[in-house]
Design a binder for this molecule. Structure first.
Ligand SMILES: [Zn+2]
Length: 71
């Protein structure tokens, strides 16, 4: 668990990601999976503490490729 790594967490997908897209004009982020904007940004530790994500769960979220059948 790291204090320094910044993560995005999509409340719609309930997934963490390292590479959400920042809106070019507004100060908001888009989820790379669902394109939604219910995305929060914080340190890995803050996100995991707040959403009660276990380290093993987080590792799975970050390594999971998006399911191509779901789109
Ligand atoms: Zn999402």
């Amino acid at each position: 668990m790291s204090e320094n790594i910044m993560l995005f967490y999509c409340k719609t997908c309930q997934r963490a990601s390292k590479d959400a897209k920042k809106h070019p004009k507004k100060y908001e982020y888009k989820c790379p999976h669902c394109k939604g904007d219910r995305v929060v940004f914080g340190t890995e530790k803050a996100i995991c503490d707040f959403f009660r994500i276990k380290e093993t769960m987080l590792a799975r979220m970050l390594s999971d490729a998006p399911n191509p059948e779901k789109k």
